[in-house]
Design a binder for this molecule. Structure first.
Ligand SMILES: [Zn+2]
Length: 260
């Protein structure tokens, strides 16, 4: 929809959305984004890990949505509601919004100029992500499985929800040391990760996203959750009560009976 479009004007409404993690100040970053995008054409849209990239005829825009960031589409140049950054295109306006202000919009000469992108590990939806590759990653670490799966430099794109769901599906305890996984178990975890992501894509597109509705959210995601957010509720496989444990500041949900 936006590939091939020219950005007539970029407006930074809430500067915090363009704040770089280090170096340049917000004001300079906002001015840089606005100036560089004036008249630039979006060649393509791509994803790297959790980053969405607008690949421009010169440079690129990297967006990270964190917990609540989202994109909205407006048919005119007028935007409604809380939009942090507005990209005025040929046929309407693409708005980036994040009411919690954790999400970011950054201009980069090349995607790899952002350390978070340069260091990304294997993409679990790419053909390079095989059971053998996963085993190699697991064997190299004694960290708990859940924390290893969240490490974007190992497997890029898995977050707290999908890693919890994948471990439940593979019947693996989130605190189990990664290097205590053998080849057949790694195959099971590999299949679980791929399945969970495929199911997430299905669920998130049914109902279809409505990018014109600022209130719209991935309601469909609820349908796929087997363990995440279900503390105290019965496991859907064995009926034991789901437990929650904190790992590196994040909540992991697991079944104490069937995940080991
Ligand atoms: Zn269970």
């Amino acid at each position: 929809m936006v590939a091939g479009s020219r950005i007539h004007r970029c407006r930074v409404i809430h500067r915090i959305a363009v704040r770089p993690s280090s170096g340049k100040r917000q004001a300079a970053a906002a001015a840089g984004l606005v100036n560089r995008l004036r008249g630039a054409r979006i060649r393509d849209v791509a994803r790297r890990g959790k980053y969405l990239l607008l690949e421009m005829d010169r440079g690129c825009v990297a967006m990270h949505f964190r917990l609540d960031g989202q994109l909205l589409w407006f048919d005119t140049r007028q935007t409604r509601g809380q939009v942090d950054v507005a990209f005025e295109l040929d046929k309407g306006t693409l708005g980036f919004t994040d009411r919690r202000h954790f999400g970011r919009v950054l201009w980069l000469r090349r995607p790899e100029d952002l350390p978070g992108i340069a260091a990304l590990g294997v993409d679990p939806l790419a053909s390079e992500f095989t059971a053998a590759r996963l085993l190699e990653i697991l064997t190299g670490s004694s960290r708990p499985l859940k924390q290893l799966l969240l490490d974007q430099t190992k497997v890029a794109g898995l977050g707290n929800i999908y890693s919890s769901e994948a471990l439940w599906r593979a019947k693996l305890h989130p605190e189990r040391a990664a290097n205590r996984v053998d080849a057949p178990t790694a195959r099971r975890l590999h299949a679980a990760i791929v399945r969970v992501l495929a199911r997430a894509l299905e669920c998130c597109s049914d109902p279809a996203p409505d990018f014109r509705d600022p209130e719209w959210w991935f309601q469909g995601l609820e349908k796929m959750l087997r363990v995440y957010g279900r503390e105290g509720k019965p496991c859907r496989r064995c009926s034991a009560h789901i437990r929650r444990v904190k790992q590196g500041g994040r909540s992991s949900f697991f079944c104490p009976r069937c995940q080991s």
